[in-house]
Design a protein around this ligand. Structure first.
Ligand SMILES: Nc1ncnc2c1ncn2[C@@H]1O[C@H](COP(=O)(O)OP(=O)(O)OP(=O)(O)O)[C@@H](O)[C@H]1O
Length: 296
């Protein structure tokens, strides 16, 4: 039975994905039909979702906060809810929506609304990133090197126009420009050299592609994917292996598990978390104090 006292705040990123306003309004109606009180609050700028989530927690009236956007919006909302008992819902209206795929959050919004009304949730551990831009939570992954360079240069307008294809175009353009410097990755205190690295909570990457054999979402650990060889040829080989689902079988790809990761490099290298640019190296990644409860 739906609980009439469940109040849901939907924090909506109007810049995420492509033309989703009608879908979000419909979702609010579906929550109301399921017997819940629902209000939609749009973000006005980058980082605003964290402020709005903090305000909703402080008001103390809602049991659920729904992040309507992609992984970046989920991470910002998670930051604002840290340490509270409120359940985080996801309306996956972003570009890649990797966490929603990972946790099997329904992309059928009516079913998603019914699940939220039923109160089911899963405990998920995010990660904490400290970079030149400061500190933030991430829910899916952090990339340093080539993939972060692509995130730094991808055009927001192109993302809006063609969705995930914008990343393919930015990757092709970047292959000829990126210089592939080597970095030092300290994994729980043990140093490794790498051309690129992805520190991941999940098993998936860029949508539905398998990055690692195991998800770490329910664990207080990360997967650390070290790409050993620099250059255009290797990057194309890694991309094809990712598409085919056999990245972990590449001889020069090492996958480790860790609780703390530090990355340094002779010159500043780009960093991305959950698909958003996050400044440059040096960085440190570790576990936050609190887990999230995510509606599934
Ligand atoms: N009102 C706003 N104006 C400009 N940027 C915003 C606004 N609200 C949120 N943002 C920023 O939009 C960025 C992208 O959001 P998000 O990751 O949710 O969508 P996406 O990139 O389309 O999806 P995905 O991460 O699944 O590929 C985030 O960095 C967030 O800070």
């Amino acid at each position: 039975m739906p609980d009439q006292n469940v109040k849901v705040t939907i924090i909506m990123n109007p810049t995420a994905g492509r033309r989703r306003m009608g879908r979000i309004a419909r979702f609010a109606r579906q929550l109301r039909q399921a017997g819940l009180q629902a209000q939609v609050v749009p973000t006005r700028y980058r980082g605003h979702a964290t402020t709005l989530a903090r305000m909703a927690v402080r008001e103390g009236t809602c049991t659920h906060i729904v992040a309507a956007g992609g992984d970046g919006t989920v991470a910002e909302v998670a930051e604002g809810m840290a340490g509270s008992d409120i359940i985080l819902g996801i309306l996956p209206v972003g570009t890649a929506n990797v966490l929603a795929r990972e946790l099997h959050v329904p992309f059928d919004d009516a079913r998603n609304a019914r699940n939220i009304a039923a109160g089911a949730c899963s405990v998920v551990w995010p990660g904490r990133l400290r970079s030149s831009e400061g500190e933030c939570l991430f829910v899916q992954m952090v990339g340093i090197g080539f993939d972060a360079h692509v995130v730094h240069v991808v055009s927001t307008r192109l993302k809006k126009a063609v969705g995930r294809a914008a990343y393919v175009l930015a990757t092709l353009a970047s292959l000829w420009k990126y210089t592939f410097p080597t970095m030092t990755v300290s994994v729980d205190g043990v140093s490794h050299a790498a051309a690129s690295v992805i520190v991941s909570k999940g098993a998936l990457y860029a949508g539905k592609y398998v990055l690692t054999p195991q998800s770490m979402q329910q664990h207080r650990q990360f997967s650390v994917v070290l790409f050993g060889t620099a250059g255009i040829g290797s990057s194309i080989r890694y991309a094809i292996a990712l598409l085919r689902g056999n990245l972990s079988r590449q001889k020069d790809v090492t996958i480790l598990t860790a609780r703390t990761v530090e990355v340094t490099s002779p010159r500043n290298m780009p960093v991305q978390s959950d698909g958003d640019a996050r400044g440059h190296t040096p960085i440190r990644i570790d576990m936050p104090d609190h887990a999230l409860r995510i509606a599934i």
